[in-house]
Design a binder for this molecule. Structure first.
Ligand code: ZN
Ligand code: MN
Length: 137
């Protein structure tokens, strides 16, 4: 992997702290939330630097970037195969580990695009938002 990395692609100490912070939570935080977390260890880091480092980490395949046209980008330090479910009310993202394996699903699909990835994201309403909506339940 190393020879593929340009000058800017080293796993700097800063990058390592950001990655470890992300791996320590299961909340799929946004860049702003990660910025808030790492500031305790690196008080002088800027939001832009956190952003850039997250992009590099995701390019290197060390973290997952969860993109959705509707909401803010979120990040996941858990690289194990799993899917996600996004709350339509608050935007929170949860993990789904027992859904079918979709690797290879792109084989034989007719498109003139070069397929570079596939993800399966469910939508729903999280328990907290459900309890606000139906206080009786
Ligand atoms: Zn919710
Ligand atoms: Mn996840």
């Amino acid at each position: 992997m190393k020879e593929l990395l340009g000058k800017d692609m080293r796993l700097t100490n800063q990058r390592k702290i950001i990655m470890e912070q992300l791996q320590s939570v299961t909340s799929h935080p946004t860049a702003d939330e990660i910025y808030g977390m790492v500031r305790e260890k690196m008080p002088r880091i800027s939001l832009g630097t956190v952003y850039r480092n997250l992009e590099v980490l995701s390019t290197l395949g060390l973290v997952r970037k969860l993109e959705n046209a509707a909401g803010q980008k979120r990040f996941d330090g858990d690289m194990s195969p799993h899917h996600h479910i996004r709350c339509q009310v608050c935007g929170r993202v949860g993990d789904i580990f027992d859904a079918p394996d979709i690797s290879g699903i792109e084989d034989g699909i007719a498109t003139d695009f070069e397929i570079t990835g596939v993800s399966l994201e469910f939508s729903g309403i999280c328990p907290e938002c459900r309890s606000h909506r139906d206080p009786e339940q």
